[in-house]
Design a protein around this ligand. Sequence first.
Ligand code: ADP
Ligand code: MG
Length: 710
Amino acid sequence: MSNNLEIENNEKTRVVSEYYGENVFNDNIMRQRLPKSIYKSLKKSIDEAKPIDPGIADVVAATMKDWAIEKGATHYTHWFQPMTGITAEKHDSFISPQADGRIIMEFSGKELIKGEPDASSFPSGGLRATFEARGYTSWDCTSPAFYRDGTLYIPTAFYSYTGEVLDKKTPLLRSMDVLSNQAVRIVKLFGGNNVKRVITTVGAEQEYFLISQEMYKRRKDLVYTGRTLFGAIPPKGQEMEDHYFGTIKESVAAFMSELDEELWKLGVSSKTKHNEVAPSQHEMAPIFTSSNIATDHNQLVMDTLKKVAIRHKLICLLHEKPFAGVNGSGKHNNWSMGTDTGENLLEPGDTPNVNLRFLVFLAAVIKAVDVYQDILRASAANPGNDHRLGANEAPPAIISIFLGDQLSDILDQIEKTGIAKSIKESGEIKNLLSTLPSLPKDSTDRNRTSPFAFTGNKFEFRMVPSSSSIAGPNFVLNTAVAEVLREIADKLEKSKDVEADSYNIVRDIVKNHKRIIFNGNNYSDEWVKEAKSRGILNLKSLVEAIPTIIEKKNVELMVKHRILNEVELKSRFEIIMESYIKTVRIEALTMLKMTKRQFIPAGMKYIQVLSDGINSVKNTGLSVDTSVQADLLKKSSDLLVLINKNVVNLEKLVYEDHSTGDILSHGKYYKEKVMAEMSELRKNVDSLEVIVDHDLWPVPTYGQILYNVE
Ligand code: ADP
Ligand code: MG
């Protein structure tokens, strides 16, 4: 014990720059440890997405193993991202027994490059029959290996015996290549002849709730489903707006600092931390990096959040809507495209009106988001997000783009006259403090309500669910933008006047796709009406959004760019629908259990207390008014009758499951029938909660959960 403490204390005194990335087999380590020619060959594969020379694998593997063993590793694992949305790992030790009874530690190139986990238990949506459940993992050298808890982790892609894609990483990596190929064509037309690759970059801001373990354990709904299925709104919610950016409580600060340390050791560049809008809600944001690494890092962030919370006797909730009536959690996917020479292609510069390369890339994003708004929306669908998007709470399920005044004005001018002569100046902030110089204003104010907002030199996709991998939204976005870039490059490469034709392309895109641009309040009812009149989709739920994955236009997009084939897309559609049905079913069963075993008995106890009270007053023979007790008794009894009816109905719905065999109607059944009864049941139980004696209520209330962490 004291030893551990000492180690901990030692670590505390180390400065961040000493331990940052110490558990990552990163470029620096590779350069130091690999023979020069092997390092160069590997580096070329990483930077240019070229196949690895199999001849170098043995040396790389042995070097990785030695490095990991020095850290304390005994095992290695192929770390992959199956369709469950979380990561999977199977640990194999390095030991290799020798004839004389001793062992040596071995790790071959073959083991580095390819693994074979038993894949039969991962969702495949009917892609593989279980009798041929061979699944393989293959090393993704573009995301560095790392050491954690005695194991060397190797990021890998996951696919089947017949080569079908079974994971989230493969389509993402492919979409990055596709976007790069198309973007490079355009960059070259604007003079960037030395650019070899364009990299999509992502910084994922992660929101989460922290609650006490003690409260968590007493709520079966949190334990089984990650969200509260019951709970009356506390007297104080978030209306005082005193939590956002508020002082961070000591226990939370201790948690956050350990979180940073753990992430920094893994090379995750955790940068920002603050309290979020809701009580007990917080956020962390890393510095952006390539989409692939950002996706792997976000998985590590979610994992580390949960692990570190437990060490602090806390529980981290990543669910999109753990508490009804209180802000939910999302992930803000900041996204841009940059060249391998270090230029951000979405950087407007000082004169965006004549920055033609910027305008072309901007226009490509606008068209892509408009044409593919359906699958973009689908890419942000998970069961939890259904309680946020379109469920009368922010943000809405409608995709639109915020550009701000300056860029909107420039595009306006181009639409009307073919060019943009002027820039709307934002001016300066003057005379704020006597000690402060005049400060230039940002070209645009924030619009926190937009699901897809331009924020200076990147777009922020704000619909992304907090608990899901960001791979889906990113591969969809990359592919959609790549397709429009391809169209543009096809035209411009044939053009005799690239400048004039670029303006024409931007002008056409603005004319045809400006409906998707909206700078106003996305949370207002007027927008819902206006979006409808503009013909923009409002896919309010997962079961409405997910079928768009297999619509002709979208299948064509994915097939054309070899991201996923039609069979793989159908399987994804099925996997998501199945997981939705299972999620709702588990929630319904949890509600039934809690109601029957906890809430109905609590209600009955209260009725007993009330009737005993009335009787004992009567027994005194005094003429005392018992109308309060009688009133409560009647209300409680009436509610129990309703609750009991809900239970009977809900049981019927889930046990006599009217599935027709068609997965979409099955999903709709759960959404329309099962969820409707669940919400009736909840309403009645929540009404009971507010009249039953607090001491008799069997689970912690919202107030107790949300205001418990000190
Ligand atoms: P803001 O104040 O606009 O939110 P920040 O600089 O705090 O800007 O960025 C928020 C997130 O966006 C961070 O994770 C940051 O790393 C990321 N980000 C910044 N620039 C880019 C970029 N070019 N590509 C992708 N993400 C970016
Ligand atoms: Mg943000």
